[in-house]
Design a binder for this molecule. Structure first.
Ligand SMILES: Nc1ncnc2c1ncn2[C@@H]1O[C@H](COP(=O)(O)OP(=O)(O)O)[C@@H](O)[C@H]1O
Ligand SMILES: [Mg+2]
Length: 396
């Protein structure tokens, strides 16, 4: 798919922008602090309903303005559609956020998701390998909320159940009473049911990604090392993972089938039961997909521990390329790819490998501070734009 138009009003440092676009590679060039990342952020905001940089939408409103708006026309496999997201904040009135799909207001923001598909790659993603598990979980969740409507609703329900359950546990911890608070059992059930869906969704994603990531990694690293992915699940007592085309789960043999939602819900519930005393003592939920991890191994060694700087780069790049292919396999079309400032982090060999791997992708946005000498050779036929102080001009 590709964006055919992008319109911004009072988004970050863009007072007003109207940009006609086409398929192909878009090089977004400009000095620091001119609005390159803001532009990519606006596109991702339409796709994900939130910023990839900040938690609060208020930061996205141009300073001094009461509201902002992002809109795009998108050409996808099923034809042209439009997306719009408006956010306002006024003292005394608070915040309002409204999304429109093809001009019609949607009741829930989640209805916006899954229409415009994006994969974002920022310098922060170079932390994917050695960063905390949360950043690897976020990668899986960001893919799955876009590609899988069932995952999307389970994800929202899980977050709510987790927050509510944690507040019940905190209150219980503070009360010092031995009697279990009545709401806990209901939250157990909701957490287990939705959490089981998340684990099953992630296991399916990892099963596909591991092959794609291994291929992408072999192409980038010249086949010198083997990248393997696994899923480490906090449920089931011992660490469970997926490796070597075999599923090792919950003490089962490699041949045991991938777990279904019903059996995982049971495992989750019994685990919660066993952990009651500890959860009460610590006032928080200790098991579940919010504690899981995506495992990464290079030649059978844990890359999260042992990977060198260079190996981390290659692995994170391979993961991103695998993501792009995964979207294409599941959705039947390529996502819009947003590459923020990553070229400067890659040596020439990796840059060339990246450009080759991205050849088939329909639309790519790539920011850089300068057009380095080889850049035009690496990205032939790309469109060049200059960003200056919230204004974008097409070059050439
Ligand atoms: N809410 C906002 N309103 C106005 N300007 C903003 C807002 N948020 C960030 N900016 C400005 O945007 C610029 C940074 O834009 P960014 O896209 O991150 O730069 P770069 O081109 O280096 O990627 C800075 O000048 C910053 O002050
Ligand atoms: Mg930037």
């Amino acid at each position: 798919m590709h964006l055919a138009t992008l319109r911004l009003q009072n988004f970050r440092n863009y007072p007003a922008l109207e940009l006609p676009l086409q398929p192909g590679v878009h090089l977004i060039l400009g000095r620091n602090a001119q609005g390159k990342t803001n532009l990519l952020e606006s596109i991702a905001y339409l796709a994900l309903g939130r910023s990839f940089r900040v938690a609060s939408d208020r930061d996205l409103i141009r300073w001094g303005a009461p509201e902002m708006r992002v809109a795009a026309g998108v050409d996808g496999r099923l034809g042209r559609f439009t997306l719009e997201l408006e956010y306002s904040w006024r003292p005394g009135e608070g915040a309002t956020k409204q999304a429109r799909l093809n001009g019609l207001k949607v009741e829930r923001l989640s209805q916006l998701l899954g229409n415009l598909l994006v994969v974002v790659f920022t310098p922060g993603d170079l932390e994917l390998v050695k960063g905390p598990p949360a950043c690897r979980r976020r990668m899986l969740d960001t893919e799955l909320v876009q590609l899988n409507a069932g995952y999307r609703s389970a994800f929202a329900r899980y977050q709510r159940a987790l927050a509510q359950r944690n507040s019940v546990l905190r209150a219980w911890q503070a009360s010092g009473s031995a009697a279990e608070p009545p709401p806990l059992a209901a939250w157990d059930q909701e957490l287990a049911e939705t959490g089981a869906r998340l684990v099953v969704g992630r296991l399916q994603a990892v099963a596909r990604l591991r092959k794609l990531a291994a291929e992408a990694h072999a192409a980038l690293a010249g086949g010198s090392e083997r990248l393997e992915l696994g899923y480490e699940c906090s449920l089931g007592g011992k660490r469970n993972c997926l490796a070597n085309d075999e599923v090792y789960l919950f003490g089962g043999s490699p041949e045991s089938p991938a777990p279904d939602v019903t059996s995982l819900t049971e495992v989750f519930l019994s685990e919660l039961h066993q952990r009651r005393p500890e959860e009460r003592r610590r006032g928080t939920t200790l098991v579940g997909p919010h504690r899981d991890d995506l495992a990464l191994w290079l030649d059978r060694r844990d890359a999260r521990i042992y990977a060198s700087q260079g190996q981390q780069r290659t692995v994170s790049l391979a993961l991103k390329l695998a993501e792009v292919r995964y979207f294409q396999q599941v959705a039947g079309e390529f996502p819009v790819l947003l590459l923020d400032d990553v070229l400067s982090e890659l040596d020439e060999g990796r840059q060339t490998a990246l450009a080759q791997a991205l050849g088939p992708v329909t639309q790519v946005f790539l920011t850089a501070t300068a057009l380095s000498p080889g850049l035009r050779d690496v990205w032939p036929g790309s469109f060049e734009y200059e960003v200056q102080d919230g204004k974008v001009t097409r070059r050439g």
